[in-house]
Design a protein around this ligand. Structure first.
Ligand code: PXP
Length: 249
């Protein structure tokens, strides 16, 4: 049985925000992803609102037929928003304003008090809590200690590894962390930087129940849809002059 797929639609919103337009709509993309078989929709509401907006989470929560996974920092503001939107799962992630994307996992023990508080409030609100951590045994144990339901293993270093030995070392770390997490009774997800060229070895790890994938899927949707989009515009341009008399030669 395959792992569940959470499709992250953040970068549909990135294209929209580039023009501050109303389209493309990440919620519309989410519904299409569900029609294609996605098991979950993942969105990251960042402190700087660079892509996903509060409106997106609110509408998504109302119309999604699968599950909604909200990625967010463990701040008071975000916990209040999560309790308002009530996603099925919150994945707590570290967040730095200047980063291009989530660059590393949480330091669970280093942030124990803030995480304890956030996890308790979210769980009391009926929300499942997952922690985005590096594939590191200490972080897995720490996640168990703070009573998380699940961990999401950061696959970024694996995705960026160069050469066979570096890549198999990183894959080994993911495999060991997944095994240890499952043994402790934690749910196990993985994600970040997964592509059509590197997902299979991670998807084969039996303890991994879920993959969250965004950038590569949105990028492929853009390129596979380009031909159709250009043809549609050319059709309109032809249509625009269909009733005009041809100029005499
Ligand atoms: N999982 C988490 C926790 C993330 O922060 C991200 C990026 O927002 C992803 C998965 C998806 O990563 P990518 O867009 O590289 O597939």
């Amino acid at each position: 049985m395959r792992a569940r797929l959470g499709v992250n639609v953040d970068h549909v919103a990135t294209v929209r925000q580039a023009r501050k337009a109303a389209y493309p709509d990440p919620v519309e993309a989410a519904l299409l992803a569900e029609l294609a078989g996605a098991d979950q929709i993942t969105v990251h509401l960042r402190e700087d609102r660079r892509h996903i907006q509060e409106r997106d989470v609110e509408v998504l929560r109302r119309v999604a037929k699968t599950e909604v996974n909200l990625e967010m920092a463990a701040t008071q503001e975000m916990v209040s928003l999560a309790l308002k939107f009530r996603p099925d799962t919150v994945t707590l992630v570290p967040e730095r304003r200047e980063e291009l994307t989530t660059e590393g996992g949480l330091d669970v023990m280093g942030q124990k008090d803030a995480l304890d508080r956030a996890i308790r409030l979210l769980q009391d609100g009926g929300i499942r809590v997952s922690l985005f951590i590096d594939p590191d045994l200490d972080q897995v144990r720490a996640s168990h200690k703070v009573n998380a339901h699940a961990v999401e293993l950061h696959t970024g270093r694996y995705a960026e590894a160069r050469g066979f030995s570096e890549r198999s070392d990183e894959l080994g770390r993911i495999r060991d962390a997944a095994k240890a997490a499952a043994k402790l009774g934690l749910g196990v997800a993985a994600g970040h930087g997964l592509h059509y060229t590197n997902t299979i070895p991670v998807a084969r790890i039996p303890e991994i129940q879920e993959l969250n994938i965004g950038h590569s899927i949105v990028a492929r949707a853009l390129t596979t849809g380009m031909e159709r989009a250009v043809k549609d515009m050319l059709d309109q341009m032809r249509e625009a002059r269909a009733d005009l008399v041809k100029p005499a030669r």
